[in-house]
Design a protein around this ligand. Structure first.
Ligand code: PLP
Length: 422
């Protein structure tokens, strides 16, 4: 497919039968399980940082499918890679491998563990289709590592690790977890940043500690400085694995390949999980492990039909190559820092958290709830979301321009000014 084909919207994409947002939403409500609420907007097309709904309204996408579309919509490099791979070989099962799968695994070994240098001997990758599956595999590694004698697993309060049963057991929010109990056991939650509590909980019966270097769903909360270093040294002392969930924060989102490279540059984890931005919009996840953790899932102990699919791997390789070629890590750090500073000066904003292009904009009480601010911004032509009642999350494509970030800041200032003192 040529890149220009993508700029010509296919007729069916513009709303088959001329459907409006309202008409499609009504059909959605009849046909789709109500796990997300009924969306008001039905998106039919995307190009770069723009998306269009079924009523023809254009939005600047400042959420990127929740930190997924890192190169924006219909990026020519992803289009080309996916279409070349699909027209050559689309799927093979894990009875076979493909050059795309091997190349992606090799890339991930050195992106996640650059400390190991050119010779990454003891790092291995398992490819999945999503973030929750990556964490599921990491939990199975932790079980294999710990055995019956080390059956405890520690996670943090406000953690989000996914919705399948194992990942759900690691997710803190009671409303997500409790309706589905009993969940895989042995998980305990610790207050974020509390080294003494961690010290007390840690012992020879702990298999692993799961941590997000930046807690995304909790409202974009970076771990307090020094905490990850403390987790590393306590897990090492106790002989437990350190698993970092970089599903949201990884793949350049914060201005480094991995958020932990920035947040805690000296820390080398045992296992890192990835997904979201990895495939630039194509579903793909990964578990990257080193040392003993890299060899604990043996033949027959884990598997997946779709994981490592060559089309998904080709997309991820295109994402990685484009981030390098377009020097996007530098762009993300510079623009993100400037945007965060600018947003912090907006009246109604209490604080700006996060790094690079993963930002949580805290709102003063008068301006909350954030869900109403997000809706007002949508009416101004910007897609954002509200992970908490007091927080707007910004996670635009990494290719977003300064003009676009400026425009969001101006729109947010206008929206918040109209709410203060309401
Ligand atoms: C989104 C997310 C997950 C779950 O990923 P899915 O692809 O939705 O299964 C896990 N961990 C973190 C930190 C996430 O942000």
């Amino acid at each position: 497919m040529s890149a220009s084909a993508a700029t010509t919207p296919a007729a069916h994409a513009l709303g088959e039968g001329g459907g409006s947002n309202q008409a499609w939403s009504a059909r959605y409500a009849q046909a789709v399980m109500n796990t997300f609420g009924v969306p008001e907007r039905v998106l039919v097309r995307g190009q770069g940082t723009s998306v269009w709904d079924a009523d023809g309204t254009r939005y600047t996408d400042m959420l990127a499918g929740i930190a997924v579309n890192c190169l924006g919509h219909a990026h020519p490099a992803v289009l080309q890679a996916v279409s070349d791979q699909l027209s050559t070989l689309g799927h093979v099962s894990n009875f076979f491998t493909t050059p795309a799968q091997v190349r992606l695994a090799e890339e991930l070994c050195s992106l996640v563990f650059p400390q190991e240098g050119q010779e990454v001997h003891d790092v291995r990758v398992f490819l999945s289709n999503s973030g929750t599956e990556a964490n599921e595999a990491a939990l199975k590694i932790a079980r294999r590592y710990g055995g019956p004698a080390r059956s405890r697993v520690l996670a943090l309060e406000d953690a989000f690790h996914g919705r399948t049963m194992g990942a759900l057991a690691l997710t803190h929010k009671a409303a997500y977890r409790e309706p589905f109990e009993p969940l895989p056991g042995g998980v305990e939650f610790l207050p974020v940043g509390d080294v003494a509590a961690l010290q007390q909980a840690m012992g020879p019966d702990v298999a692993a500690v799961f941590v997000e270097p930046v807690q995304g769903e909790a409202g974009v909360r970076e771990l307090p400085s020094g905490y990850l270093e403390a987790v590393r040294s306590l897990t090492t002392q106790a002989g437990a694995l350190l698993v970092l969930d970089e599903v949201q924060s990884g793949m350049g989102r914060t201005g480094a390949w991995m958020a932990h490279h920035l947040v805690a540059p000296g820390v080398v984890p045992d296992v890192v999980t990835l997904a979201k931005g990895l495939g630039g919009g194509i579903p793909v996840g990964a578990v990257v492990a080193r040392g003993e953790a890299a060899s604990l899932l043996g033949p027959g102990q884990h598997g997946t039909t779709f994981g490592g699919n060559p089309v998904a791997c080709a997309a991820a390789l295109a994402v990685i190559a484009t981030i390098r070629e377009e020097r996007l890590l530098e762009h993300v750090s510079a623009l993100g820092a400037q945007w965060a500073a600018q947003l912090a000066t907006v009246p109604g904003v209490s604080e700006v958290r996060g790094r690079g292009l993963l930002l949580g904009v805290g709102l003063v009480d008068d301006c909350a709830p954030a869900s109403e601010v997000a809706e007002a911004l949508a009416r101004e032509g910007f897609i954002v979301n509200a992970p908490r009642p007091d927080t707007i999350r910004l996670a635009p494509p990494l290719i977003v321009s300064q003009e676009e970030t400026n425009a969001l800041t101006t729109a947010l200032a206008r929206v918040l000014a109209s709410r203060e003192g309401d």
